[in-house]
Ligand binder design. Structure first.
Ligand code: GAL
Length: 755
């Protein structure tokens, strides 16, 4: 039995944040609640008999607990004893808080029959019957923390209390979820909060790493003086690599900007513990965070050809393929056996022209520089199917939301080129919602003032060697309330082709008003209409269906000639969202094929925010490695969602690993399947064209974990050579069994090749 040992051993607790409040100082409400769909204000009464209601856990959306189709109102209720010892034991005795995780979409919370708080978003308010639901506005995915003074008459000390939560959900996921669920006294840790999202780590060439952050003192009454300490701890040895104390005063109701800087080896994973300890009470707040670690090896001077090895095009369509290559510049590009109608630009590697005849053409690419020569085959398939490998690109939504503009698209395209992403195969610059104005009297779609001239914008993006995408809805309005394509499909497709559009994301949105409870045929219909329209124009347009997976779209997306289809609702930059979406893609695996990709939504790495304000992705570095690895195994479209003009060193390194991208772009086009899983880990395997397999070992826990794999778990016999794909190093051979130590929420992505 051969074991591959351990990249990192160790035992550092990984937790996003913790306060010093002990367990006995809170009432745990992460227990079954009573639940009922519907709406009745009589359900607020503490005396109401809810014993016949079903039970439900608060930490999971209701769809995951047997209420798949539920939209609209539902109620949660819980009873608990509130002992006065809770406040007596607490150092701070002013306020009590009710922590109710997060609630999708909006809520009103009642304590003993009286409302103590509410949160809603505009759209949900408008839709709620009678429009009476909540005046205050909020974001659904926000912490539900309702605070009362300890003397508030609604609280029943030393008696039974009843919390009733009235929830309204618009569509998709609904109800209470996330954590924490508890009642506790407001303590020091609730007043003093770190915020790391406004800045990220900055690497200097001499291995110094720094990060700015803010500390907020939310107390309106107290100033706090204390010591801010930083400990950098090695993942592999547990040793403290760096320690520093700084005296700090936090005035009441203030935000203090501070930061740290220290020297570290960025290839060795470590974590930072940041503690603020208050002088008088001795209480402290602590944040543990994983430090970014760099896995992708530095680019070599010698040329290397990257990106897709197979490319689909339709006869007569304008041809645009950029040979992606790295190496010391200048690079000189050439191609042998290019079919008639195509030429290659030796300086920028762009293959352009048009093919007249259907067929397969094997082209031999060469890239040369002062240090050497690289060659590789490119298979061009001229036929009906586009996107023979998953699209690689960028989309404006996860950073700019509806604030996208011509200027931001140009900046993004320029950054795609200047950052070098283009040299690793990244191709599309996609405009999401927010560009549309209205159809004129001739039915021509007009752009709004943020997009003065779509044709010149498209031409500019093409001139950089990139492709450009656009967004619309089959409904009269898009999800952002802009003009959709309903009844103007042909005109819109003609406009897209005239502008030079290469990719269309077609988002269901208000089509829900036209087909409120759609049958399978109704789900397909609007996509068939647009399919006819875009396939009629003389331009290859990747057709991306977006309807969040309704009616198991993966089973019929190919039938409406979709090149990719969203399988889920919108992703967010949290572990819950990422892992919830990513690890539930197994059901779609059999339907993925070249030109027909399952799309679990765009990447949430780097500076994201759904515009205009951005924050740094809340995913830890290991979670981001999981994100890119899993999406690559799943053969998903890889659409970067961050502001490309602010790419930090970590994100750029994450997005430029050619061996990882090659897993995503593998010409066989097979999506990985889950080979093995339990509560702590998942193992996914993807067949590759050359007979090798890419294997992802994922740690779902918050501690480093040994993930064991028997070769029979992944149906392999014989002797296989293993390679660490991120680090691009060989690991030796394996026959029966191997184990790998994987970081919290992290991944080991390996390739096994028959020996
Ligand atoms: C959502 C879609 C998002 C984004 C948004 C635009 O429905 O899932 O990815 O396109 O609409 O309004």
């Amino acid at each position: 039995m051969k074991k591959i040992y351990i990249l990192f051993i160790m035992a550092l607790l990984f937790a996003i944040s913790c306060s010093t409040e002990k367990k006995e100082n809170l009432i745990d409400l992460n227990i079954p609640w009573k639940f009922k769909a519907g709406d009745n204000m009589a359900w607020v009464a503490p005396s109401f008999d809810d014993s016949k209601w079903v039970t439900i856990l608060p930490n999971k959306i209701w769809e995951d607990q047997g209420f798949e189709k539920l939209d609209g109102f539902a109620w949660y209720r819980i009873r608990f004893l509130l002992p006065s010892s809770l406040k007596e034991k607490s150092l701070m005795k002013d306020s009590i808080q009710f922590l109710l995780g997060r609630i999708d979409d909006c809520d009103q919370v009642f304590l003993n029959g009286e409302m103590i708080g509410q949160n809603a978003r505009t759209q949900a308010i408008k839709k709620a019957p009678g429009n009476e639901f909540i005046k205050e506005q909020g974001i659904w995915n926000t912490e539900r923390r309702y605070v009362l003074n300890v003397n508030d008459e609604r609280i029943m000390w030393d008696k039974e209390n009843v919390i009733a939560v009235r929830v309204y959900d618009q569509n998709g996921a609904g109800g209470m979820f996330s954590k924490p669920f508890a009642v506790s006294m407001v303590s020091f840790g609730d007043y003093v909060k770190f915020d790391f999202t406004k800045n990220t780590f900055v690497f200097r060439n001499d291995n110094f790493i720094s990060r700015k952050f803010t500390i907020e003192n939310r107390s309106g009454k107290d100033d706090f003086s204390g010591i801010l300490s930083l400990n950098v701890i090695s993942y592999s040895t547990g040793a403290v690599l760096f320690h520093k104390d700084t005296a700090l005063k936090l005035a009441r109701n203030s935000k203090t900007e501070t930061g740290f800087s220290f020297q570290t080896d960025p290839s060795k994973p470590s974590s930072a513990e940041i503690i603020f300890k208050e002088n008088l009470s001795g209480q402290s707040v602590t944040e543990n965070m994983e430090l970014p670690y760099i896995l992708t090896p530095a680019e070599k001077k010698e040329p290397r050809i990257n990106g897709a090895r197979v490319f689909g095009v339709r006869p007569w369509s304008p041809f645009l393929f950029k040979v992606a290559a790295t190496g010391e510049v200048p690079l000189k590009y050439s191609a042998k056996d290019l079919p008639e109608g195509l030429t290659i630009d030796s300086i920028n590697g762009l293959i352009t022209g048009a093919l007249k005849k259907k067929g397969e053409y094997l082209v031999n690419l060469t890239v040369k520089n002062i240090s050497g020569t690289a060659t590789r085959n490119l298979k061009i398939v001229c036929g009906n199917t586009l996107s023979l490998t998953p699209p690689l690109g960028w989309n404006s939504w996860n950073c700019w939301g509806l604030s996208v503009s011509d200027e931001k698209i140009r900046q993004s395209a320029e950054a795609m080129k200047s950052s070098g992403l283009i040299d690793h195969g990244w191709t599309y610059i996609n405009i999401d919602d927010g560009w549309e104005y209205m159809h004129d009297k001739d039915g021509k779609i007009l752009t709004n003032s943020k997009f003065p001239n779509m044709y010149t914008l498209c031409s500019y993006v093409h001139s950089l060697g990139l492709k450009i995408g656009i967004y619309s809805s089959p409904g009269p309005k898009t999800c952002g309330g802009y003009e959709g394509s309903y009844t103007f499909e042909e005109k819109d497709a003609e406009a897209y082709a005239a502008w030079g559009i290469d990719y269309l994301k077609y988002d269901w949105c208000s089509y829900g008003n036209i087909a409120p409870n759609p049958t399978k045929a109704q789900l397909k219909h609007p996509y068939q209409v647009m399919k006819k329209a875009i396939r009629k124009v003389n331009r290859d347009i990747h057709y991306s269906l977006c309807q969040y997976g309704m009616g198991k779209v993966w089973e019929w997306g190919a039938e409406v000639d979709g090149n990719s289809w969203r399988t889920t609702g919108d992703i967010e930059d949290t572990w819950e969202s990422l892992s919830g979406i990513g690890f539930s893609q197994g059901k779609c695996s059999p339907y993925s094929a070249p030109g027909r990709w399952n799309d679990p939504d765009m990447l949430v790495v780097g500076w994201v925010g759904w515009g205009p304000a951005l924050h740094y992705s809340r995913l830890t570095p290991s979670e981001q490695y999981t994100h890119i690895s899993l999406w690559s195994l799943l053969s998903s479209p890889l659409l970067i969602g961050c502001d490309l003009s602010q790419l930090d060193a970590f994100t750029l390194n994450l997005l430029t690993n050619d061996e990882v991208i090659a897993v995503n772009q593998d010409p066989l086009g097979k999506q990985a399947t889950r080979a093995k899983a339990n509560e702590s880990y998942e193992v996914w395997v993807k067949d590759l064209e050359d007979g090798s397999k890419a294997i992802g070992l994922f740690n779902l826990t918050e501690k480093p974990l040994n993930v064991p794999v028997d070769m029979k778990d992944i149906k392999l016999k014989g002797r296989w050579n293993m390679r660490d794909i991120w680090r691009q190093t060989d690991l030796g051979a394996v026959e029966k069994h191997f184990e790998m130590n994987v970081l919290p929420h992290g991944v080991m992505l390996i390739k096994v090749i028959q020996n």
